[in-house]
Design a protein around this ligand. Structure first.
Ligand code: SF4
Ligand code: SF4
Length: 471
């Protein structure tokens, strides 16, 4: 039986949560590297050129709203293909659940954009106002000219960063070189300014003022996290059986010499001070913990200075804690287990399905409806005539032409009623559907299945649809 205690911090004032202390360590380094790599990708992607031909979008990743297209390097998705977005969202959700089953809220702690820009805002704050102790002191102090200058500098840098993210977002919606010049030169569309401003204001508000509040109360993921919490996931946990009872290093030596219990936790509160969420993880797993590992770094640093083993706070499966509490030897963490294997298989299946759909997708589609009344007409020369309505969709952003042929059991005479070019081809405007009236006349022996074939003379590709010729 696994028990989960959920507890919010009671030791740290809520107002202190937004003033976390800096910390050094392996998880801090990993967070910084992920943030730098993620930011580099975000800001550089729209500048990578991709040759799609004259007059087509320039960037490797571009949302071409006017043409209703999303370009991702060589891949082009149309608005009619929204199911790819559904597939992507499903993939992202399953990916999050898989990451959660392996290592809890690591997405939140390391890669979520809100975490990344909150970290960047905190970095600026520390740069201008100093580390936690100084900032807390300055909060209580009276305003001076120097303090006002510090606050103004901090907000100016925050606004510059927010504006960069806002403008960076807009560059995904066209040619980055032109858009940037237009935005800076005041020539851009008001919608572009509106989008840049709304993204910038959101980043400024969330990164500057609603940091941990966003993760605790505004984001839906923690609520879901509570429901899908996995006792085998490697989550940041305090090894209480090792840390308790808390005592100073000096007292611990005396207690141990007297044969009394003394834990490794020296109650320095550093793990609490560095936590961006204001959690005291020693009180038990918390639904608000984003698994960022900063308290692990803090405690490892303390343990290192005391020449004690690291890992008093660590990424640990709850099942291990339970086993240790029962005095049993814990089993090694199981990354591969039925749940993670099933989720990985589902992700693989989604990628496979998306690849197959892309491979099989058509640029021109055709459907047919036979005339109902009359089904056929007997002509004076003994032949029979049937009428059909063809619906042809051109899913490309280029005009296309189709040469229509009909395959039947006997020779047929085909007539397209309106819309043909002089060469007998059907014109299809870009991104459009067309209805075409077609009559087929033939000897009664042609009765039976027949196939309409539309051949694109430029590419030689064809599209086919079958129906029946009725005598
Ligand atoms: S308790 Fe530790 S891992 Fe959880 S949010 Fe706080 S610092 Fe990060
Ligand atoms: S950092 Fe480690 S030693 Fe210090 S209070 Fe936290 S758990 Fe205890």
């Amino acid at each position: 039986m696994v028990a989960l205690d959920v507890s919010h911090s009671r030791r740290r004032r809520v107002s202190d949560a937004a003033v976390p202390q800096s910390v050094k360590g392996r998880f801090r380094r990993l967070k910084t590297r992920i943030a730098v790599a993620g930011s580099a990708v975000f800001f550089l992607l729209p500048w990578i050129p991709w040759n799609r031909g004259e007059g087509r979008p320039y960037g490797a990743v571009t949302f071409d709203l006017a043409a209703g297209r999303f370009h991702l390097f060589g891949l082009e998705l149309r608005t009619q293909e929204l199911y790819f977005l559904t597939g992507f969202l499903l993939f992202a959700a399953l990916g999050l659940i898989l990451a959660n089953a392996i290592a809890g809220r690591v997405w939140c702690g390391f890669a979520c954009p809100h975490t990344v820009w909150s970290d960047a805002f905190l970095f600026i704050e520390r740069l201008v106002e100093g580390d936690r102790r100084e900032r807390l002191k300055k909060r209580e102090a009276r305003l001076s000219g120097r303090r006002i200058a510090e606050i103004a500098t901090k907000h100016a840098l925050w606004i510059a960063l927010s504006a960069a993210v806002g403008i960076g977002t807009v560059l995904y919606f066209g040619d980055a070189r032109v858009l940037l010049a237009d935005l800076v030169g005041g020539r851009a569309d008001p919608i572009a300014y509106g989008l840049a401003a709304s993204v910038a204001v959101t980043v400024y508000a969330l990164g500057g003022f609603f940091r941990e509040t966003m993760c605790k109360f505004m984001c839906p993921w923690p609520r879901l996290q509570g429901a899908i919490w996995d006792p085998e996931a490697l989550s940041v946990t305090y090894r209480d059986m090792r840390g308790e009872p808390r005592t100073s290093p000096k007292k611990a030596v005396e207690l141990r010499a007297a044969g009394k219990p003394a834990g490794d936790c020296v109650d320095c509160d550093l793990c609490v001070a560095v936590c961006p969420m204001g959690i005291d993880i020693r009180q038990g797993p918390s639904i608000a913990c984003i698994n960022c590992g900063l308290c692990v770094d803090a405690c490892d640093g303390v343990m290192g200075k005391l020449s004690r083993a690291r890992g008093l706070i660590d990424f640990v499966a709850w099942t291990e804690i339970e086993a240790l509490r029962r005095g049993e030897k814990p089993l090694a963490p199981r990354i591969v287990r039925p749940k993670t294997a099933a989720l990985a298989a589902a992700l693989f299946g989604l990628v496979f399905a998306a690849g197959l759909t892309l491979e099989l997708r058509v640029e021109t589609a055709m459907s047919v409806q036979h005339d109902r009344n009359p089904l056929s007409v007997r002509l004076s020369d003994g032949r029979v005539r049937n009428g059909y309505t063809l619906r042809v969709s051109n899913k490309t952003d280029q005009e296309r032409r189709l040469k229509l042929e009909v395959l039947a059991a006997a020779p047929v005479e085909v007539a397209v009623i309106g819309g043909e070019t002089a060469a007998g081809e059907i014109l299809l405007p870009p991104d459009a559907d067309r209805e075409i009236r077609v009559t087929v006349a033939a000897r009664p022996e042609a009765a039976g299945p027949l196939t309409f074939v539309g051949v694109d003379p430029a590419t030689g590709q064809d599209v086919r649809i079958s129906d029946t010729f009725i005598r």
